[in-house]
Write a protein that binds this ligand. Structure first.
Ligand SMILES: NC(=O)c1ccc[n+]([C@@H]2O[C@H](COP(=O)([O-])OP(=O)(O)OC[C@H]3O[C@@H](n4cnc5c(N)ncnc54)[C@H](OP(=O)(O)O)[C@@H]3O)[C@@H](O)[C@H]2O)c1
Length: 330
């Protein structure tokens, strides 16, 4: 049966301007790092993406190396795009990235022009599309002159293969340099992407201020700390959870007694607000004025649904913020 999107899809999502640009992004975006690869169930992934789009998520975050195997998340999303979402392409923001190890040899990793240019072409082939909306440098590469990486990104936009440029995981001095370079080149950095959650707050020191000053959007990845900020690990490691799986992106050792104590205390605040702990964690990230969107991951529609319901209660009282801060500083 041909997919027809929910006509009410824009009624419950909130959209935030991405920095000073003209682009709006949904407060909640969907990331395809996990659960959408060649070893995952395609139909489950499709169900998640359909639910997301049917409820106002217009922004889907990918990278060349997402899978496993690397590239397969783009292939799967490309198949969905072609088979199900083709009539809606102009309602969708697709992002991809290059910067981490993707293929063997000296040209399959980092930030060289050779790697970036080959990557975008491979990405477009896998996604079966002529352009992505945002193309990111996935990380700062200390072994490539930054100008080389940035010029390659500008050229990709000039070639029409991406509409906007994004940067991810850059040290603050390199980020500030890049903002100026890209602005002078006439292709300003649309968005900066980094990890930000209640347990990982490094970006609060400089990056969040820098993006606000430069009119760049900020999207937060791993806003649930890969699941640690939900209740799921409070009584051990459930079967099938990310911390239990062999890939090792979330290690059991990361779920320390301190994390459990913190999340247990956050749970009390969440319950008083009538929210789940995960919803509290997402609302807290969105509370920062620099944050345009949280990119969440979801293993099934139930998780996605719960996470999207965060939008029903985003605001905090000063007292709640103070209590949360005390818990996070303890
Ligand atoms: N730029 C970068 O370098 C970079 C790096 C990392 C991620 N990202 C992007 O950010 C996206 C999100 O990252 P992430 O997956 O780490 O985000 P996250 O939202 O912090 O974690 C998602 C995981 O938490 C668990 N979870 C989610 N909702 C839940 C719920 N309601 N109840 C219980 N458990 C729940 C699920 O894991 P279980 O399998 O345990 O259920 C889910 O896969 C990625 O897909 C990617 O697009 C970018």
């Amino acid at each position: 049966m041909i997919y027809k999107a929910n006509e009410q899809r824009y009624s419950s999502m909130s959209y935030n301007k991405c920095g000073n640009s003209g682009l709006w992004l949904p407060a909640v975006s969907l990331g395809l790092w996990h659960n959408f690869g060649g070893t995952d169930c395609y139909e489950n992934g499709l169900e998640i993406v359909k639910y997301a789009f049917d409820h106002g998520i217009t922004h889907f975050d990918l990278a060349n190396n997402y899978g496993p195997p690397a590239g397969s998340a783009e292939e799967n999303f490309g198949r969905m795009l072609k088979k199900e979402f083709a009539p809606y392409r102009d309602e969708i923001i697709i992002t991809s990235k290059a910067g981490h190890l993707m293929w063997d040899g000296p040209y399959g990793d980092g930030g060289s022009r050779k790697y970036i240019m080959a990557s975008i072409d491979q990405t477009l082939k896998r996604l079966q599309t002529d352009y992505v909306d945002i193309f990111y440098s996935h990380r700062y590469d200390p072994n490539t002159p930054l100008d080389e990486t940035l010029q390659a990104l500008c050229d990709i936009v000039r070639q029409g293969k991406a509409l906007y440029i994004g940067l991810s995981k850059y040290p603050i001095d390199k980020l500030l340099y890049a903002f100026n370079f890209l602005k002078n080149a006439g292709t300003p950095c649309l968005v900066y992407q980094d990890k930000y959650n209640m347990l990982a707050r490094n970006v609060e020191e400089h990056h969040l201020h820098a993006v606000e000053t430069h009119g760049t959007g900020f999207v937060a990845f791993s806003p649930l700390a890969q699941g640690m900020l939900t209740d799921k690990y409070l009584h051990g490691i459930p079967k099938g959870s990310r911390a239990e799986r062999p890939e090792g992106f979330l290690k059991a050792e990361q779920i320390t007694d301190k994390v459990i104590t913190t999340v247990t205390r956050l749970q009390e605040i969440a319950q008083k607000r009538g929210q789940s702990t995960g919803q509290l964690a997402l609302a807290w990230v969105l509370h920062h004025t620099a944050v345009t969107s949280v990119i969440i991951g979801a293993r099934d529609v139930e998780q996605l649904k719960e996470n999207m319901e965060t939008l029903n209660h985003l605001s905090f009282t000063d007292d709640e913020i103070k209590k949360i801060e005390e818990i996070l500083q303890a």
